[in-house]
Design a protein around this ligand. Structure first.
Ligand code: LR7
Ligand code: MN
Length: 581
């Protein structure tokens, strides 16, 4: 007895945020069904990979031609041609102190020319591509809050210097209520030398989502092009984006996002063939199309890449189409999740999202936001994601909540706001459902609706849990017996239709009660949720102070809760099918 108690109290619930490893249920059928895709989407067995980047000067990549379009006045300047810049020894302390102004090397940004040249990193052939004469014009919308001066300027210069002027209707800088003096006092004067640049000042902090909407509302171009405020547009970045929108106004297109190194400000080329994807719980990432697929389907490095989701910051969209889609959900706050929302909306409501490899834009990736959040950052993003899940994921929202977001189901804990408008919009637009999206757009995602199902077998009495008239008992296992069929859900409920297995009284007797995803006292830990390898076959009621296990007592008809004991076979349970390990 003491032995088992000691074990039990050491039990730790596994961190749910570490996504499940492998799926048993194969989704190959779905992949095979996929027919609409251009190269790069219809593949099977795509293996995940981070957004790998390769330094330009490592010698692994061929030397790239430099950007001559900006014809640098000062070829020897630090950071020129996208080279790494170096902080002089005597200024190291200063550079370190200034890091926090932007969470990147602000010192170096300030010494690099605001109109520096960068290497033309486009795949071969891009510079010879032809585009239509009558391309739509675009309004470039750059939102910022407390952006570093030199970086904001470099963003604007790169747009002006590397875009055909007749295609730029305007550049709208949306100041999301910055607090820094140089942005309030000097920006208008600096930008007044560029007639196309307009500054829109928001009266209070809106967050990037509503700031973009404010920019869109005053935009006069045919196409909206959103950019972050710490980017460098590369040679010929704009024409291929507009060409694509011109060919099909429902294409929402992104440049390849390259990396401006946060430490030395060098311009780094990224690997080819990367798709924007997400993992549960709606975490954005990149996934390389495997080499054999690229070979078999003869994908060229300049071919558009269809993406299940976009990164969020850099894209072009036809303005009237953006409004047809109802823009972003204006109920999203400050930062995060809006890329998921627009991506699901575009795909499910008749559009497409593509990365255009001939269009390339460098972006400074930072480890931290250099601005403050009006409310808690984590809570803001969680709430945004919950809104997206509620509106777009249908029954698959259980996978979202089941990957570490159970607490969002507790309505007392969080208010995700009113969703009526968003749901109505989805209906009015006659959008397809999330299952369609999974089958047709993102077939390589593991998305089993349940963790496990089938019969629940007890190793001790070698019988199956049977539920008749709301009363659990045991009978000889029989697959054709419907009252033995159970689901084990992402919210960790053991469910038969609308009824869930629960504890009935203080003696530990089991019974059934109405299922409700918000109820935490009916959740059971099993298998991959339990860190103790000796207890993974057990079913542990989650909410109790001291972990208690479901046990089949050979002497009783009804299962009971008992102290967990790793070696007790009457506490070991197995479902017929597991969809995650
Ligand atoms: O409250 C705010 N108001 C703003 O105007 C917060 C931010 N902003 C501005 C900010 O100054 C910046 O220009 O909005 C822009 C984006 O904010 P970042 O740079 O802090 O975001 P990020 O680059 O870390 O994050 C990515 O995900 C965000 C999720 O909401 C946005 O979609 C960003 O645009 C997006 N950036 C990219 O897609 C670039 C590539 C990153 C990747 C992958
Ligand atoms: Mn950014």
């Amino acid at each position: 007895e003491p032995e088992s108690e000691g074990k039990a109290s050491r039990l730790v619930i596994k961190a749910e945020r570490s996504a499940p490893n492998k799926t048993q249920g194969s989704r190959d059928e779905n992949a095979a069904k996929f027919g609409v895709g251009p190269p790069g989407i219809s593949e099977r067995n795509i293996t995940g990979a981070p957004n790998k980047v390769t330094r330009l000067d490592t010698g692994k990549h061929k030397v790239l031609p430099v950007d001559l379009t900006s014809n640098p006045r000062n070829p020897e300047a630090p950071g020129q041609f996208g080279r790494a810049a170096v902080v002089p020894m005597e200024d190291e302390l200063k550079a370190r102190q200034r890091w926090k102004e932007g969470h990147f090397n602000v010192y170096l940004s300030d010494v690099i020319p605001v109109d520096r040249a960068i290497p033309d990193t486009r795949p071969a052939g891009c510079s010879e591509n032809l585009v239509h004469n009558e391309l739509p014009t675009t309004s470039v919308i750059i939102c910022f809050v407390d952006e570093v001066w030199s970086t904001l300027l470099r963003s604007v210069h790169s747009v002006l210097n590397r875009s055909p002027s007749h295609l730029i209707e305007e550049i709208i800088l949306v100041d999301d209520f910055s607090t820094r003096d140089y942005l309030k006092d000097n920006l208008d004067k600096y930008m007044s030398q560029f007639p196309k640049v307009r500054i829109l000042r928001l009266k209070e902090r809106q967050g990037l989502i509503r700031a973009r909407l404010a920019g869109a509302a005053v935009a006069k171009g045919d196409v909206l092009t959103f950019l972050d405020s710490h980017i460098e547009c590369n040679v010929g970045w704009l024409e291929p984006l507009l060409e694509r929108v011109h060919l099909d106004r429902k294409k929402v297109v992104c440049p390849v996002i390259e990396v401006v190194n946060d430490k030395d400000m060098s311009y780094m080329i990224v690997d080819n063939f990367q798709r924007g994807i997400f993992k549960w719980p709606l975490v954005f990432g990149w996934k390389v199309i495997p080499e054999d697929i690229v070979r078999r389907e003869n994908i060229k490095d300049s071919d558009p890449i269809r993406c299940p989701v976009m990164a969020g910051g850099l894209f072009s969209i036809d303005k009237t189409y953006f409004y047809e889609l109802g823009t972003y959900d204006p109920g999203l706050e400050v930062w995060g999740g809006e890329n998921m929302e627009i991506s699901f909306k575009v795909w499910m409501c008749g559009g497409e999202i593509e990365i255009i490899p001939c269009s390339r834009v460098g972006h400074i990736f930072r480890n931290d936001n250099p601005y403050t959040f009006p409310k808690d950052r984590i809570k803001t993003v969680e709430r945004n994601l919950a809104r997206v899940a509620e509106v777009w994921l249908d029954e698959y929202k259980e996978l979202f909540y089941g990957h570490g977001y159970h607490h969002l189901l507790n309505k007392n804990h969080i208010d995700i706001g009113d969703l009526t408008e968003q749901k109505k919009l989805r209906e009015n637009l006659k959008c397809k459902n999330f299952k369609w999206y999974l089958n047709n757009v993102y077939s390589d995602l593991d998305a089993p609706l349940l963790r496990a199902d089938g019969l629940l077998f007890n190793s001790g009495i070698r019988k199956c849990l049977t539920i008749q008239n709301h009363i659990p008992s045991f009978e000889v296992c029989n697959t054709s017996n419907q009252i033995q069929h159970l689901n084990y859900t992402w919210l960790r409920l053991i469910r038969q239709q609308d009824n869930c297995l629960t504890i009935m009284d203080s003696n530990g007797a089991l019974g059934l009660e109405q299922c409700d995803n918000a109820k935490h006292h009916i959740r059971w830990l099993h298998r991959s949720l339990i860190s103790d390898p000796l207890l993974t076959d057990h079913l542990i009621l989650e909410h109790l102070q001291r972990p208690m296990c479901l046990e089949a007592k050979p002497t009783e008809k009804i299962p009971y809760l008992q102290l967990c004991n790793p070696s007790n076979p009457f506490q070991k349970w197995q479902f017929t099918n597991y969809f995650v390990q």
